[in-house]
Design a binder for this molecule. Structure first.
Ligand SMILES: *Cc1c(COP(=O)(O)O)cnc(C)c1O
Length: 364
């Protein structure tokens, strides 16, 4: 049987059908429906944020955020991320400036940020890669010292906290993705969390054409609304998310018990005070025994598909070739890790024997 890197969690079908019955009664399918409002309230509590705006997907949430903040100029970000982060910056008419990463957490290295700041810099946009939280304290100090916005791509960090500080509380705002492959999902979906009520209002306008009421349109917004079917899926999945995270923890433990301390293999560090969500299981193959590409090939021969996540760096994408500043040699740590890292299959119902098989193939 084929094993993919991930598999979407599904709630019991009856639970989803029950939610849908109410939509057949109300005929209200989108535009601030009852399901959306319910989910928004529940997620505010779960994520620990005073304001949360839901979106059709995480990427549109991030674009809406960059627009709502009225940013201009350069944004310091990381090339070790999914296409969405870099594309959002570029699509909003901003210029990404790429900062290297910390080799242990794979998140932006705060020690390398200040050298990249110019008079044109307006914001810092780091990513909590694999749910590893960035060094928020250090980044906040830098942002404040230079009057910059601090915006997190928290797509991987659903519910993650460190010493009681939650991902949604870090930075001026944080984007979460509820894509089908994420720890918590609404099929497609996302949200932006912030403590700033004015920013939250601006996000709501960006999401729905800038419409305040029937006769008042105040900004050139787009359409990025989450519909009721998405919200209904979210309500169901949220009931089971703790159980899903616990199952992910078990899978992670099985991997660790097999792979920890083996020659040529580096596993993610466990950080003090962090409550993780076990979104991914990244493994670095330093090449003493096997290279990352050899591991992927060997697994593929057994119909097991790990993912080279993140490879290539966004700076190496064909669509950016030759553009100034898009040069992966400027971020050597990210470049090296992108060639050595792979995320192994991880989802709540991945059976223990499959994990043992994957490990024996890697070690064999
Ligand atoms: C999934 C993801 C996104 C985009 O989220 P969508 O909901 O798929 O639009 C952005 N950044 C990162 C790092 C992601 O993994």
């Amino acid at each position: 049987m084929r094993i993919n890197v991930t598999r979407s969690t599904m709630p019991p079908l009856e639970e989803y059908v029950d939610e849908l019955k109410e939509l057949w009664d109300s005929h209200w399918l989108t535009n601030n429906g009852a399901k959306l409002k319910q989910l928004e309230e529940k997620l505010k509590i779960y994520l620990h944020t005073p304001h949360l705006q839901m979106f059709a997907n995480g990427h549109l949430g991030l674009e809406a955020l960059l627009r709502a903040m009225k940013l201009k100029g350069e944004v310091i970000t990381t090339p070790f991320t999914f296409a969405s982060t870099t594309h959002a910056i570029v699509r909003c008419g901003l210029r990404p400036v790429f900062c290297d990463i910390d080799p242990v957490t794979c998140t932006m290295d705060p020690a390398k940020v200040e050298a990249l700041i110019s008079p044109r810099t307006c914001a810092i946009l780091p990513v909590h890669v694999y749910g590893n939280l960035c060094d928020d304290r250090a980044l906040r100090v830098i942002a404040d010292r230079h009057g910059l916005k601090l915006i997190y791509d928290a797509a991987h960090a659903f519910g993650v906290s460190q010493n009681g500080v939650y991902a949604a509380q870090m930075g001026d705002a944080a984007m979460f993705s509820f894509h089908a492959t994420k720890v918590f999902h609404t099929i497609e979906g996302g949200a932006v969390a912030t403590a700033d009520p004015a920013l939250s209002e601006a996000l709501a306008l960006e999401r729905n054409y800038g419409i305040v009421d029937e006769e008042t349109v105040v900004t050139v917004g787009g359409n990025a609304k989450m519909n009721e079917f998405q919200a209904a899926m979210g309500l169901c999945n949220l009931r089971h998310v703790e159980e899903a995270i616990e199952k992910r923890r078990c899978v992670t433990e099985w991997y660790r018990s097999e792979l920890d301390g083996r020659e040529g293999i580096v596993l993610p560090a466990l950080k003090e005070g962090v409550i993780p969500n076990y979104a991914y299981f990244p493994v670095i193959f330093t090449g003493e025994r096997l290279s990352r590409d050899e591991v992927c090939k060997r697994l593929g021969e057994h119909d097991i598909y790990a993912r080279k996540y993140f490879y290539p760096l966004t700076t190496d994408f064909a669509c950016y070739r030759g553009l100034p500043g898009f040069d992966s040699s400027l971020t050597p740590v990210a470049k090296q890790i992108s060639q050595q890292i792979v995320t192994l299959p991880l989802y709540p119902d991945l059976p223990e024997e499959e994990v043992r098989l994957i490990c024996s193939l890697i070690l064999g």
